[in-house]
Design a protein around this ligand. Structure first.
Ligand SMILES: Cc1cc2nc3c(=O)[nH]c(=O)nc-3n(C[C@H](O)[C@H](O)[C@H](O)COP(=O)(O)OP(=O)(O)OC[C@H]3O[C@@H](n4cnc5c(N)ncnc54)[C@H](O)[C@@H]3O)c2cc1C
Length: 451
């Protein structure tokens, strides 16, 4: 057990765009924040996107400066590769027990020179590029990772010692690094643990995970990204430029049989966005979107849809019944047209993208003692008056942890969570922590001084 305790005003759990924005909003007002992220870098799903609807701005141009601001903010303590294990009430606030998982690299001394990565002989599929690329067992998670330091993936390390030999900093790589637990004393907590999307959550009849040329929307984001695995949109099975790409909407949501009856709210817009980007990247390709309804509810979204139609993207109102693999690993898509005849037709494509629904990434019930709603996202029972409030006073939710939403709404709810936290602190103990560092040991990212 730990004897280290960090005192902050707010603990933010999850370092995607929601958690980063909440931390910055609070930090800028002088509140002390600890941001706990379970992976080795902050950024969340947004860092993997290509461009964002409806402006088609580059996603990393929005995300990377925020990541950097979080990292360098005097009032934000960043704890990556960390998870909250237990939360107990303490006075007006809470004490959270946080597990710091070993990365086997000292974050304070690693310079991000990548020499360990170059020396590592192990190649494995890179999860950042959804397996379209390879990475080493000693690696920096992605080119704009923050902190920009290496981690050793012990599940794949062969202990050859090449990384240690190549590292120019003495004792920076330490295979004996142990997990640590620290306590964070906080007045309030924000849950911003986000969403996940996996092709396996789509209908089985669509062949995700079985047919190599059936992918999901996040995989297509990587193929389209300027920093993507190939620099071009190539289909996974044979590296060919696809000629005919189909989008299947509501592939994993609005479907009771999958246990996901809700609309994921972003799939129509990201499919339209990707179709437009594909039309630019592959001008000769046919692009078809099979949809039940098109939901373009946000500011400028309907115009975005109309622009896509004007560009020649084909929108077919239909239900996709089944996808089968045919010669050359091309795909036959069996669709029931939604028209007066309900005609069933088979169409041929060489790449299919499933618009799979958003699912919650984390169940906070056991650790945080808050309720989840029927859709399994965090329950926000006072949605109309206080959208970030959960069922437990002092614990708030931001971004897609509370339900599917786009980046605009994520930023809005992050601001709302920050405002709620500030009001909560003022009404309960009415003061801010002086500085998180002063009251206890220095927690600079992963470097926790021992008492
Ligand atoms: C294919 C696709 C394309 C999209 N394109 C667009 C677009 O063009 N425009 C747009 O507006 N929106 C788009 N979106 C939606 C956008 O991605 C989300 O709105 C946004 O990323 C949500 O951010 P978030 O911070 O809520 O969640 P996330 O990005 O999921 O971040 C959550 C963070 O919490 C961390 N975490 C999870 N559990 C824990 C834990 N227990 N402890 C600590 N940390 C934890 C995760 O590792 C992650 O870093 C798209 C979505 C998809 C699927």
């Amino acid at each position: 057990m730990t004897n280290k305790r960090l005192h902050v005003d707010a603990l933010v759990v999850g370092g995607g765009i929601a958690g980063m924005q909440t931390s910055l909003d609070l930090g800028d007002q002088g509140y002390q924040v600890a941001l706990v992220e379970k992976t080795a870098s902050i950024g969340g799903n947004m860092v993997q996107l290509s461009k964002v609807f409806p402006t088609l701005d580059c996603a990393s141009c929005i995300t990377t400066p925020k990541m950097s601001s979080v990292h360098h903010h005097d009032n934000i303590k960043l704890l990556t590769s960390s998870e909250v294990q237990k939360v107990t009430p303490h006075g007006d606030g809470f004490i959270a027990e946080v597990l710091l998982k070993p990365t086997y690299v000292n974050n304070d001394t690693c310079t991000g020179c990548q020499k360990c990565e170059e020396a590592c002989p192990v190649d494995i599929l890179d999860e950042y590029d959804y397996g379209f690329n390879a990475r080493r067992a000693a690696y920096i998670p992605f080119p704009t990772a923050i902190p920009y330091t290496a981690v050793i993936d012990m599940d794949h390390c062969i202990f050859c010692g090449q990384c240690i030999k190549a590292c120019p900093v003495p004792d920076c790589i330490d295979f004996n690094m142990q997990p640590e637990v620290i306590e964070i004393e906080t007045s309030a907590i924000v849950i911003s643990t986000g969403f996940k999307v996996t092709p396996y959550d789509a209908k089985e009849e669509y062949g995700a995970g079985k047919f190599r040329n059936v992918i999901d929307g996040l995989m297509m984001e990587r193929l389209l990204a300027p920093t993507g695995p190939y620099g071009h949109v190539l289909r996974p099975s044979d590296g060919k430029l696809p000629d005919s790409i189909a989008y299947v909407q509501c592939a994993g949501s609005r479907d009771l049989t999958l246990g996901v009856p809700y609309c994921s709210r972003v799939c129509c817009m990201y499919a339209i966005k990707q179709a437009m980007l594909l039309a630019g990247a592959l001008p000769m390709a046919d692009i078809t979107i099979y949809y039940m309804d098109i939901r373009t509810f946000g500011k400028q979204y309907e115009q975005f849809y109309q622009n896509a139609k004007a560009m020649g993207i084909e929108f077919v109102k239909a239900k996709v019944a089944r996808i089968t693999e045919v010669e050359n690993q091309d795909l036959n898509v069996r669709v029931e047209l939604i028209d007066e005849n309900s005609q069933v037709v088979e169409r041929h494509h060489d790449l299919v993208v499933l618009s799979v629904g958003m699912l919650p990434n984390y169940d906070p019930q056991a650790v945080f003692s808050i309720d989840i709603a029927e859709d399994k996202f965090v329950e926000t029972p006072y949605y109309h008056n206080s959208p970030a409030a959960t069922t437990r006073p002092g614990i708030f939710a931001a971004g897609t942890a509370a339900g599917p939403m786009d980046i605009v709404d994520t930023i809005v709810t992050a601001g709302s969570a920050a405002a709620d936290v500030a009001a909560y602190i003022q009404s309960h103990n009415g003061h801010k922590a002086e500085t998180a560092v002063e009251t206890q040991t220095t927690v600079a990212e992963r470097s926790v001084d021992h008492d």
